[in-house]
Design a protein around this ligand. Structure first.
Ligand code: ZN
Length: 445
């Protein structure tokens, strides 16, 4: 028999020291049975083997369309509604506990109440609802602690806001083209690609009148390859992507293509009576159009990121503060439509899977600086060509920025020199005027 105290110490040491850092490729899980005062208990113990091939675990999501029958749609909708009520009830409890008694509730206290509620949904799904609420509060407390402007107290979830529920561990399996869900049944699923990796959680999601399932899986990080090719990427609105080698990839401007359709659907919606079934129908039409826009955009970005990840080992982007950029109301719509952060995240995971890397650099002065000599001049957005007053270089605005982005990333073997200094030195030999390289603003001619 495994002594409980010893077990505690043993697992504490293992988890405390190793779990946050690594997971070996050949780790095994051992169940240990031990006697507690109330009966038998099980503990899962993760044994880490001494393998030299240590890899970091990556998280990926696989999303598939579900085709539930009419009856199943009712069951799924009922499950969603129940989860939403549970969320709102528990949020109410939180509020009351704090307002009346000044105490905070935690996950465990609320999960203890679940057994007294006859919810009729899978128990782990209900627990996951509480976990979401707990996470919402943790995020709220974090924002308060950081003194952020909008702390954002967790919201009550309205009819259209709560659109998914999660099976966090068990209760799910796929067999013969069907997704078997505990307490719901077998739903037809279209699995357009195989799942790779170990499934951790499964989330059922409603989007308009369509249903999807998202499997979150764990993958082991692939081995890093040697970096031979690097590229700087400037993202923009006129051209979506400009590379430091001069390649340009156009912006599809997806939202513009669907603009008239969206306007028309919104107009129709505003004419329908509130709460009427026609209004609900129109809402589904509108979400359908937005889904189309989203899918078209995502499809395009998947293709662009595939090109980048296949062609280059190291891809360098600017670390853009998109939250601040969209404060410019004239550009906000185009910036959202271009979805730069989605492009960066898609490229990152594709590059990682291929053993490459994506890096972010400080965007300061990337469009103002000359990529040849390093001098800085102001560049209003309308100015599409960079004409250097100092060395006379003429480069496209975005191309110039992309080269600067590449130069900002200094490889380790370049020693102490920064790219600007290197630029100054080459400039010194060619034209002998390093004075303007001091970083002072030079007015454009
Ligand atoms: Zn120059």
């Amino acid at each position: 028999m495994f002594p409980k105290e010893l077990f505690k110490i043993f697992s504490y040491i293992i988890f405390k020291n190793l779990a946050p850092i690594f997971r070996a490729k050949n780790d095994m899980i051992v169940s240990v049975k031990h006697r507690t005062s109330g009966g038998f208990g099980f503990h899962k113990l993760l044994i880490y083997t001494t393998s030299t091939n240590v890899s970091i675990v990556l998280r990926r999501t696989f999303k598939y369309r579900l085709y539930p029958t009419k009856d199943q749609v009712q069951i799924l909708t009922h499950c969603l509604t129940t989860c939403r009520y549970l969320y709102n009830e528990m949020l109410e409890d939180h509020k009351n506990a704090y307002d009346r008694c000044g105490v905070g509730l935690n996950y465990n206290e609320q999960a203890g109440q679940l057994k007294y509620l006859n919810l009729g949904i899978y128990s782990q799904v209900a627990q996951d609802v509480l976990r979401r609420l707990d996470k919402a509060f943790q995020n709220f407390f974090r924002r308060v602690k950081n003194g952020e402007n909008k702390a954002g107290y967790p919201r009550f979830q309205g009819n259209n806001r709560y659109d998914s529920f999660t099976y966090p561990q068990t209760g799910v399996k796929t067999k013969d083209g069907k997704l078997h869900l505990s307490k719901i049944g077998a739903i037809r699923i279209f699995q357009h690609r195989e799942i790779v990796g170990k499934v951790k959680t499964c989330t059922i999601k409603q989007e308009g009148n369509q249903w999807y399932v998202c499997f979150s899986v764990e993958l082991l990080d692939s081995e890093k390859k040697e970096i031979n090719t690097s590229v700087g990427v400037d993202v923009g609105i006129t051209t979506l992507v400009t590379l430091s080698d001069g390649t340009e990839i156009e912006n599809p401007k997806t939202l513009d293509k669907y603009d008239s359709k969206i306007r028309k659907a919104h107009r129709n919606l505003s004419q329908k009576k509130k709460g009427s079934s026609n209004r609900n129908k129109q809402k589904i039409v509108l979400t359908g159009i937005y889904r189309k826009v989203r899918n078209a955009r995502k499809d395009y970005l998947h293709k662009v990121s595939r090109i980048l990840a296949d062609a280059y080992d190291r891809i360098i982007f600017e670390d853009l503060q998109i939250k601040n950029m969209v404060k410019n109301h004239h550009l906000a719509r185009s910036i959202h439509d271009a979805s730069w952060s989605m492009l960066i995240s898609l490229t990152t995971y594709k590059a990682e899977e291929a053993g490459g890397t994506v890096e972010l650099v400080n965007p300061r002065n990337t469009s103002k600086q000359c990529s040849v000599c390093g001098c800085i001049q102001s560049m209003p957005l309308s100015q599409r060509t960079y004409r250097c007053p100092d060395c006379g270089a003429v480069v496209g605005r975005d191309h110039n920025a992309a080269i600067n982005i590449l130069n900002k990333h200094v490889p380790a073997d370049c020693g102490e020199l920064t790219p600007v200094e290197k630029g100054c030195m080459s400039n010194r030999y060619e034209s002998g005027s390093p004075a303007t390289c001091s970083g002072e603003e030079v007015t454009s001619p």
